[in-house]
Design a protein around this ligand. Sequence first.
Ligand SMILES: NC(=O)C1=CN([C@@H]2O[C@H](COP(=O)(O)OP(=O)(O)OC[C@H]3O[C@@H](n4cnc5c(N)ncnc54)[C@H](O)[C@@H]3O)[C@@H](O)[C@H]2O)C=CC1
Ligand SMILES: [Mg+2]
Length: 352
Amino acid sequence: MSLYCGITRRRKSFWCCRLLSTYVTKTRYLSELKEDDDACKKAQQTGAFYLFHNLAPLLQKSEHQYLAPQHSLLELERLLGKFGQDMQTIEDSVLNGCSEQQEAWFALDLGLNSSSSINASLQKPEMETELKGSFIGLRKALFQLNVKDASLLSTAQALLRWHDAHQFCSRSGQPTKKNVAGSKRVCPSNKIIYYPQMTPVVITLVSDGTQCLLARQSSFPEGMYSALAGFCDIGESLEEAVRREVAEEVGLEVERLQYSASQHWPFPNGALMIACHATVKPGQTEIQVNLRELEAAAWFSHDEVATALRKDNPSYQQQNGAFPFWLPPKLAIAHQLIKEWVEKPTCSILPP
Ligand SMILES: NC(=O)C1=CN([C@@H]2O[C@H](COP(=O)(O)OP(=O)(O)OC[C@H]3O[C@@H](n4cnc5c(N)ncnc54)[C@H](O)[C@@H]3O)[C@@H](O)[C@H]2O)C=CC1
Ligand SMILES: [Mg+2]
């Protein structure tokens, strides 16, 4: 008993003396801001704001990329004042991260929830001039952002969209109230709490050991092929979703599965992409493309895929009547999955 207490005491003092890492400190700070409205309001005073207009982020062009400018609360108040917007607009902002020095970051949409959407859209060009930037759709800008800004703006957009779409309680029909950080909404009449949600999507690179299977939808840019993707159905495990999607889309049965990585993806409405490698039995590679979902699917050799991966700037021009084959850009998890296979084609072949 006394020995046990001794160990406990020593452990306790070890934990107390240990300096928390920057990551842990930052995480705990963010968690406090999500729970404590007063602390979060205080953090807004010294925080930085990313601005959006109808879910399009404010960006500034710098050579070949876009940068996401930040604004202080003071700058924001000046801007809202100038455009005759209500200061209460700031209450619609959502917390989307913080710096290592614990400067909290927020996102605010100046075009949504406006008392007059006509007025808001009229003001957009003037706001852009005032802010020395442009509100650009995330689909257009995502691949020209650095990794940090892409991740921050994707999260912010998903949160802003979720709040815009969840203004009312689905049970009572009453308006719901957002907490200051925007990590939840509560119905004042029945106390139901709504939390922001992501939709799980599986993305699978199927291989037969020497080739990999890539497909394209008619909505993809010409010539671009990617791994097979699909929304998880309710009640499905990850493994079941992969097996079903591959069967539905190309008529094959996968037999082995290896998890690779995951990524938050802002389209269409904020998805959690879960990436896997999978294999089919040698000789069972005949594809039957489901044309309701895909425009085309095909097996590609290691060389073809490795060459396409090396292309930094895909050409959208037809060559000999066809569009050259290219792959999703680096930021997309599909790219990472394909790169992993090129570097180690056996990564999807696990012992049975
Ligand atoms: N980050 C990346 O590397 C990649 C991301 N993706 C993303 O994966 C997503 C899913 O891929 P798809 O092949 O389009 O999915 P999919 O194969 O499940 O087909 C889409 C269809 O599924 C139905 N559906 C079922 N549940 C849905 C839900 N919760 N939301 C929307 N539609 C639903 C709709 O009818 C829709 O037209 C795409 O929206 C795309 O943005 C796709 C490829 C690469
Ligand atoms: Mg699909």
